[in-house]
Design a binder for this molecule. Structure first.
Ligand code: CA
Length: 227
């Protein structure tokens, strides 16, 4: 299971090529074809990185970048801008509104992936392991342990925990968790989240350990010690 990359690109063919290549390289992808839907998706799903096209139908990539970089929830997500222009002024403009890197189209997919990995490394999110309190998850081997003891999780519980571990203490709504774990293409009842969260809680708290999953009434769930 890789890191999630949100591709904001209005040219369908280009977006599909990126999606295909990034998935082949082990990333998970989300697609948005307008600036507005890209911003909404970034806020709802908190991807690990955003690939942002410079020219979008509803607003400029610069505007999207500015918006994401001034929003507390999304400002730490690295953004790589994609543009057909090679203009130095544009590059400077992109970087001054907070873009982390800038790639001129056409680019080689190899180079793009190298840039993505570099940006993820800089943002500290390329580690193989995620941890919080005494829970450690290895996202390459799918192993989870708490205090040194292996924890067996089903695939949905694993993804739920991975999502929570990605942003400890952040309160996730059921809708956000559904999007991250079940995907945006299918309809799943929000109560399904409660069922799987119940299983996850049981698995990680086995043996009377401190409950690390906080339920926030009317809001959702968080991974938090102070529960
Ligand atoms: Ca475009």
């Amino acid at each position: 299971m890789g890191r999630t990359i949100l591709i904001i690109e209005d040219e369908t063919a280009q977006a599909q090529i990126l999606k295909y290549n990034l998935e082949s390289a082990g990333f998970e992808t989300l697609l948005a074809d307008t600036g507005g839907s890209g911003i909404a998706s970034a806020r709802a799903e908190l991807p690990d990185l955003v690939l942002l096209d410079w020219m979008l139908p509803d607003m400029s990539g610069i505007e999207v970048c500015k918006t994401l970089k001034t929003d507390d929830d999304t400002k730490t997500i690295p953004i790589i801008m994609l543009t057909a222009r090679g203009d130095e002024d544009d590059k400077v403009r992109g970087l001054t509104v907070g873009a982390d890197d800038y790639v001129v189209k056409p680019h080689s997919i190899k180079e793009l992936i190298a840039r993505i990995k570099a940006a993820l490394r800089k943002s500290g999110s390329d580690d193989e392991t995620l941890s919080f309190a005494d829970i450690v998850m290895n996202i390459e081997t799918y192993r989870v342990n708490r205090g040194g003891n292996d924890i067996k999780l089903g695939p949905k519980e694993f993804r739920l925990l991975k999502t929570l571990l990605g942003r400890p203490k952040k309160v996730w709504t059921r809708a956000q968790l559904l999007d991250r774990v079940w995907g945006t293409d299918i309809y799943v009842d929000e109560r399904t989240v409660d069922v799987h969260m119940g299983r996850l809680r049981k698995a990680i708290n086995k043996g009377g350990r401190t409950d690390l999953i906080r339920t926030i009434r009317g809001a959702g769930y968080a991974l938090d010690e102070s529960s």
